[in-house]
Ligand binder design. Sequence first.
Ligand code: IVH
Length: 682
Amino acid sequence: MEKNAAKARIDELRAVLNENSRLYYVENAPVMSDYEFDTLMHELEALETEYPEFITEDSPTRHPGSDIGTGFVKRKHRYPMLSLANTYSIGEVEEFSDRVSKALQGRNFSYSCELKFDGTAICLTYRHGRLFRALTRGDGVMGDDVTANARRIANIPVELKGEGIPEEFEIRGEVLMPYESFERLNHEREVQEEMPFANPRNAASGSLKLQDSEEVASRGLFCTLYHIPAGQVDYPTHDAALSAAASWGLPVSEHRRICHGISEIEDFIGYWDKERKNLPYATDGIVIKVNELDIQEELGYTAKSPRWAVAYKYKAEQALTPILSIDYQVGRTGAVTPVANLEPVFISGTMVKRATLVNEDQIRMLDIHEGDYVYVEKGGEIIPKITGVEESKRVPGAVRPAFPSVCPDCGTPLVREEGEAKWFCPNSKSCPTQIKGRLEHFVSRKAMNILCGEATVCQLFDAGLLRKPSDFYRLRKWDIISLEGWQDKSVSRFLDSIAASKAVPFERVLFAVGIRFVGETTARDIARHFGDIGRLASASKEELLEVPEVGGVIADSVYAYFRDEDNMAEIEALKAAGLRFSSEAAAEKASAALEGKTIVISGNFSISRDDMKALIEAHGGKAGSSVSGKTAYLLAGEKPGPEKLKKAAELGIPVISEADFRAMIPASGSNSNTIIEEPTLF
Ligand code: IVH
């Protein structure tokens, strides 16, 4: 390449790589696949080798990306957290092994081959056998202090046990989100119309950096550790150091093997190429490390990575398959998403039948025609992506799909506002899909937590029993019992969960009513700022903007919501049903029926244990944790703890059932005169 052209290409590559690094590490929303990113990085490295005069210290080839975010204390790493040289070719692994052998001039050594875990890096420091600090990689030099969050990751020990634990040492590894937790999280996010995470890696990284450690604990993260920086522990090999760490209770992967040369390394790579698909978490390659720690030290580091290790990465699995048809799905907010139905094809162990086409622009960018064969990729990503079209297989005369001009559900002409990437169905009041979407959101776990899935919402909607959230509070046993699939017990459980939802705090009610752009966190901020619905409904846009983190788009949406007559009528109906529309109402108590009584709960109930405790407190009681002489009742659900039952019997404390308990409290809070009766409840 001619020198000027090389310089221009170098600048272009740096800009693209820096931007994708930011999207990957900071936004947790990469737009490029790992393979594309690595290929461009290798091209930049080759150009910088050819034209060393263009090398700059800030080039992405010389620094790992940075995941430094806001809201955490930044701390310097004792040893910089570097990345690994990586390759997609066995030939290059062989070159690495030749280089190492040559440098060692015939000395004996071995390799530790391990899985390359596809999560987010973490560095743990233990001091006097206790977890002292946890830092993210950050920019490799400084990391975010996420100690409080790390303590809530189930398999990270807070205290070590065993022999020979150094007074202080660092150990590094990866925080991962298993596929199962990832799917659950994304499902919840979709119900709440929040952007789903693109893959488990992004979900792990986003979760580790949450401000709320409680929420971190609920995300199902786990950790696996793979590196103790040299000089901190006294073992001859990396493998022995990891085994010692495992004996102290640290989570170290057992999927590693000592290899003696390229053919054993190749066997390991080949074995895991297939076997990794059976793991419950994402891996994207194999890491090959020189095992002897003195040799590691001798080989040392480049600016960016150790010379004693290389990562072999598996290419994301791709398949070519034809598009059978395109569906246009309408969401709760009316946004229309095109989804391709594909000729089913196996990718990474699962059958892929559908893939999102995101929006009209994406269809145009990929230049999709009807019946096209498309490349579908499912690397670390669970949601399959269409990455390109095989034009040579296009049927002559094939046409571009016509994006619908009317809502596929209710037939209303679609609109696309300035600056929006999606088309919307504006018929929010009566488009059935939007109504059902809002009802599903209302009942979801983080909103009202009513025991009601998508199928039940549809069934009750089709039966004409549900249109608005307030309709849930009008449901009677006799309305439901005649419908298919319902029995006495299931109806009672359902109605109980509706009744229990009246104890849900104001901030979650505000989230549940589904104001556009008001997610869980924004609802909490707004509820705390205004304290009750009256003050919120009469707030001006300027007053709304005073809420931290509320910008123009949210303020406009909230303002418009409370200027709509139907919305206000619905709020009134929900208020009349006894829902909380004030933060103080929680403290005011729904009744004083349990005043001065400490109640200990044990076992499972028709509502969650937290909701049961909230219910006790809402009626003036105290939720105790262990049975003692001060306990008024032991409230026993299904499968109560035998120890608690025994203690209650010893102390002569009455044991009551959920039904007994419910009989002690009024049907709902202080508004019981305005409540619709629920005869099935007690
Ligand atoms: S060793 C000095 N071992 O991959 C470098 N890293 O692409 C020590 N990774 O930054 C790292 N699995 O976050 C090592 N078994 C493994 C790994 C691993 C995943 C990550 C790590 C690193 C990145 C490089």
